[in-house]
Design a protein around this ligand. Sequence first.
Ligand code: UN1
Length: 495
Amino acid sequence: MSRFDNFIDGEWVASRSGRQFENRNPADRNDLIGLFQDSTPDDAAAAVAAAKRAFAAWRLVPAPQRGAMLFRAAELFAQRKEALARDMTREMGKVLEETRGDVQEAIDMTFFMAGEGRRQYGQTVPSELRDKFAMSVRQPLGVCAAITPWNFPVAIPSWKVIPALVCGNTVVLKPASLTPLSAVNFVKVLHDAGVPPGVVNLVTGGPDVGTALTTHADVGIVSFTGSSAVGRLVNQNAAPGFKKVHLEMGGKNVIIVMDDAQLELAVEGCLWGGFGTTGQRCTAASRVVVHEAVYDRFMQEFARRASALRVGDGLDPQTQMGPLVSEAQLQTVMRYVEIGCQEGATLVTGGRRLDSGAHARGWFHEPTIFGDVQPAMRIAQEEIFGPVVSVMRCRSLEEAVAIGNNVSYGLSASIYTRNINSAFAAMRDLYTGIFYVNAPTIGAEVHLPFGGTKATGNGHREAGTAALDVFSEWKSVYVDFSGRLQRAQIDTEDL
Ligand code: UN1
């Protein structure tokens, strides 16, 4: 039986609780992956203390040297890609092709951010006074608590930890309890790349650990990805201490299919956007709005293709869609299928749990499509985080955009059309953080900002150079070399 420890101050250590929790394969609950530390607030405090001590030296390591370490980490991620992907599929279920993509995202992010070691540009501006120099520089915030979800268990830690490090912060990572192995693998890469003890710490466990981190006086910034409900708690916990808080939360993303769309392409996009990662993405295309002129043709093909998807163990190369991550997630999906039926939507395909034969040991569900969905229905409003797509009709672009915007979330949206005017109008009018033309709502690249509006986020963006704004703050610096007191706004020279 493998037992995995926390990583604090460069050492693998057991929790003070003496307790562990199990990590099991969602495709086969008989497959016990290992035991992980069920940590306490004390463990979290020890990790914060280590990170605080390490910050004193880490902030002074020249940023290009921090970047050089991260270039090594990127190479190690690339070397270990296959092993990390296999571990990830085994612990959270998505198919191997996608877990390879998840690791690739971390590789890309790490190479990109390593380069920021030589940039992190500030501004130099002319002073309004003579013999005075004015500029702005980025400075780190101190200890960063990174709280990460199970659906992208290597990629999302990289979105947070890597930019935090290049900016000179130290980190305590608390991964979702469903994917601690990927977090262990992630931290090992950084350790092997030469990141010094205490600079990156890992504490596994439940909500107690999260609360300890988000309320700790020595944590300067919290970066969280997860549900909007938990994000609100994180925000509330962090508010009394005036911590900087970056939140990346739910989505109810829409694909609009216009009457002039390439239908085959739109169907492919909806399949990938709706059922990739078993629908467990914050960017998942869980809503599709189709022009009434092509609705029947679209639906026929979409349903045919969805029902043909092979559902199974993500490690099997034949599998196209893996299990749900946990029994609780499966139950949520089943509950929403019931809700959709009760609300009067048409169950076009799917709708059932798969639990016979090889499926009996895991948390499998059919790819499910509801048609004739009304925009106000719960299945069209609430994030399900599973393989359930709600399809609605529209009569015009304006109506489609209104439906698209009429949800509490605002992460990603897309339009399929061959009309450039429709594409630009939709791009301008859909109030989301990400927008696609003739592509599904998923597939963000690491060098552009990632995040959303409304209940999806709190105004920050990760990835791209926008991440530097999350993980650093500005210091404006004035150097007066006149040798006399010069008073800004007072000693104005007559022109
Ligand atoms: C998420 O859904 O939590 O754009 C992240 C995408 C991926 C990241 C998704 N690159 O779908």
